[in-house]
Design a protein around this ligand. Structure first.
Ligand code: SF4
Length: 330
């Protein structure tokens, strides 16, 4: 999958690095002083990831655990995300990473012990808090390479008042299946209509496969969350989402799902420019969008509210609890 692997000298003997190297099939390995000297220094077009993708393995410095923006998650608790990877093997057309970084090359940070230390500091201050993995990547897609989940499970076993969300579109659940589910760990899947996923979720597992995986984890005892986000409008969206919600409810009673988020497609101006350049013929570039109160490009507010209320009602009709449905980034 990776053309070249760049490894920082300081992490070359880390167990996490050695584990990744065991799985990565490449003969081209370069040792470097710092990822920052190379990664993203020259612009590499996003879609070049289709032909050549490099992997960087290193140690992240500075703030490893950051406060999440408002309306990021459920409830009034503090929400944080931690940074353990940049970029993703999938290629969703609306992905904000395409305008966020200068390169699609993947970075895996292996200093998980330091991330966990910073999470402990947050818990010591705030007592209860949510931690989200996968703000800049998919939480599970490469988890069989990175092998860090066990260490995080240990932390959450000791800190029962803290909660972890692993957010994914992947069906790579093998590692999770070997671990003991914890009450404070939530695996959340991003879903959309079958039609939307086929059009926009390039290289991602199908919706059918994602529902199968989340149902398997639910049966093993995992807490499951669902993100219907981002919803892309189509003339038939209500019927298309009705079908997918019905299929989901055939697998799990919706009142057993811990939370649902509903969000509508949105971009910063930089990301939108990239999206238009990368996918000029896709509906995802066309809209109809306006510039919103926060500078983001999205549907106008009445249209957003109308779409989100339709989805909320479809969920409630199939048994979801209204109090666990929240609107994301609104
Ligand atoms: S799964 Fe998430 S991180 Fe990966 S390409 Fe899609 S939107 Fe981006």
């Amino acid at each position: 999958m990776f053309e070249k692997v760049f490894i920082e000298h300081k992490v070359k003997d880390s167990q996490y690095t050695l584990n990744i190297l065991k799985k990565v099939k490449t003969k081209k390995i370069c040792f470097i002083d710092s990822i920052d000297d190379i990664w993203g220094r020259a612009k590499k077009p996003y879609l070049q990831k289709r032909q050549s993708l490099n992997l960087f393995i290193g140690k992240k410095n500075g703030m490893l655990v950051k406060e999440a923006p408002d309306a990021y998650g459920l409830g009034n608790e503090k929400h944080f995300y931690y940074v353990h990877a940049y970029n993703c093997i999938y290629e969703c057309q609306y992905c904000y990473l395409q305008g966020y970084f200068n390169t699609p090359d993947i970075v895996l940070y292996v200093n998980h012990d330091e991330i966990i230390k910073q999470m402990q500091q947050k818990v010591d201050i705030y007592k209860t808090a949510w931690f989200h993995a996968g703000e800049y990547s998919d939480s599970l897609a490469l988890s069989h390479y990175t092998n860090e989940l066990e260490a995080y499970f240990e932390f959450f076993k000791k800190n029962t008042q803290a909660k972890l969300e692993l957010r994914t579109k992947s069906v790579n659940t093998k590692l999770l299946e070997t671990l003991k589910p914890l009450k404070n760990i939530y695996v959340s899947f991003s879903l959309s209509s079958h039609q939307g996923a086929k059009l926009y979720d390039n290289k991602c597992p199908s919706i059918k496969a994602r529902i199968k995986s989340l149902s398997k984890l639910f049966k093993l005892g995992y807490n499951i969350g669902i993100h219907f986000d981002p919803i892309v409008y189509s003339d038939n969206f209500e019927q298309e989402y009705k079908e997918v919600i019905s299929e989901l409810s055939n697998q799990i009673e919706l009142n057993k799902i811990q939370y649902f988020s509903i969000g509508v497609v949105r971009y910063t101006q930089d990301v939108y420019k990239e999206v238009q350049q990368n996918y000029p013929k896709s509906q995802i570039s066309i809209g109809p969008y306006v510039k919103s109160f926060d500078g983001k490009i999205r549907y106008n507010r009445p249209m957003r509210n109308w779409i989100m209320n339709k989805i909320r009602q479809l969920l409630i009709d199939k048994g979801a609890r209204n109090e666990v449905i929240y609107l994301c980034m609104e």
